[in-house]
Ligand binder design. Structure first.
Ligand SMILES: [Zn+2]
Length: 386
């Protein structure tokens, strides 16, 4: 096996260890079984390695990935292509092949998340969901020039991209953007993606919360809580979460019932009633008179958007809601450290493949790091360097 002798944790040795991992090796095997070798005959393992290298080195284009590999003998050795670097055209042909065999890639992602779950049993218990904008590699202006004629439908270079709204992040203002949205569910304890979906920019995030929770559960994670921002604060999302035994953790929008104060705890002449625990089977939370002088001294409040089973007044809710930051961190890492952005492909299927390959590189490196750690510490969260 061509594993180069370099210092541990170098990108080259990490790439080499990813390629020999059983999860990736099986993807290579499944693609080889399709009897496709890729003209002019680059091994599948080399091509999968090129895709991983592109993300590991955070390179936005194939052209520059090919150039980097061409300049580095150690990389060529790790990829098993000494002196014979695949061309960018071979890379394009390979991505087309991967799109045709997206089921093999999906199974590979399932294996990687399962491998992580095995090492990190608490992974996926607390989930955070959000969406992030990905600007299209295309011009979305309606007019061909300032004051010029309107663009025809066939003149948009990326017909799948659309205008959407993005919320403010840090000091950046919210506003319109043209492109796609990555909807993602992340493990709040490890910051690792659990399930994700690329959709055109105009689709609203609230439609994807429940499908993402279902995808997380389908991967075998026992989600217990799910933190989301106000954009998801809708009664049906609460109900669908509870139906799956997942406690929704969301702040309230200023809807008319909230303005009327209907979300507040019960009160009496003795003051504001105190939370006294929830019963998930009963679907209600218990509240008690602060002095116990009232008759009855406690009441059950049926769970809904205004009165969730983990009430917003509790420390537990605040702690879980802080976990929502994990999904923001995860978007930032994927974009800045793994070259999820800027997009250099057009069309939703290509953007989806780009997102899948980017997350595959990140997750499989996380798995490789967890595996290389001494045993006995396996229940600790993955250290998220870069
Ligand atoms: Zn009272």
């Amino acid at each position: 096996m061509a594993v180069p002798k370099v210092a541990p944790r170098s990108a080259v040795s990490e790439l080499a260890s990813l390629l020999v991992s059983p999860e990736i090796a099986r993807l290579v095997g499944e693609l080889e079984a399709t009897r496709w070798t890729g003209r002019p005959g680059y091994p599948i393992r080399t091509m999968v390695g090129m895709a991983l290298a592109k993300s590991l080195y955070a390179i936005p284009t194939w052209t520059r990935t090919v150039r980097l590999v061409g300049e580095h003998a150690a990389l060529q050795a790790a990829l098993g292509c000494p002196g014979k670097v695949p061309s960018e055209w071979a890379c394009y042909r390979f991505t087309r092949k991967l799109r045709e065999h997206s089921d093999a890639l999906a199974r590979c992602l399932d294996r990687v998340t399962a491998g992580l779950h095995e090492r990190l049993p608490q992974m996926g218990a607390n989930v955070a969901i959000d969406a992030s904008d990905m600007a299209a590699y295309a011009n979305g202006q309606r007019f061909v020039s300032k004051g010029g004629r309107e663009r025809d439908a066939d003149e948009y270079s990326d017909p799948d991209a659309s205008w959407g709204h993005r919320s403010a992040v840090s000091t950046r203002k919210g506003g319109g953007f043209y492109g796609y949205k990555l909807h993602m569910a992340v493990c709040a304890d490890t910051d690792l993606p659990l399930a994700w979906q690329v959709e055109t920019g105009r689709r609203n995030e609230s439609s994807f919360a429940v499908p993402l929770i279902d995808a997380v559960r389908a991967r075998g994670f026992a989600a217990e809580t799910c933190a989301m921002d106000k954009g998801y604060d809708l009664a049906p999302i609460y109900a669908e979460c509870e139906a799956r035994d997942v406690r929704p953790i969301m702040p309230l929008r200023a809807s008319p019932d909230v303005k009327r104060g209907e979300h507040r705890p019960p009160t009496c002449e003795h003051g504001k009633w105190r939370f006294a625990g929830s019963d998930a089977k009963r679907g209600a939370s218990k509240w008690r008179c602060p002095t116990g002088e009232c008759q009855p001294a406690s009441v059950w409040v049926k769970a809904d958007r205004l009165h969730p089973l983990i009430p917003r007044e509790t420390l537990r809710w605040r702690k879980l809601y802080r976990g929502r930051a994990s999904v923001e961190r995860s978007f930032g890492r994927l974009k800045n450290d793994w070259a999820l952005a800027p997009l250099r492909v057009r069309g939703i299927e290509r953007v989806r493949l780009h997102a899948d390959l980017t997350v595959l590189a990140q997750l499989s490196r996380a798995l490789s790091r967890v595996r290389s750690r001494p045993t006995g510490r396996s229940s600790r969260p993955v250290p998220q360097a870069a």
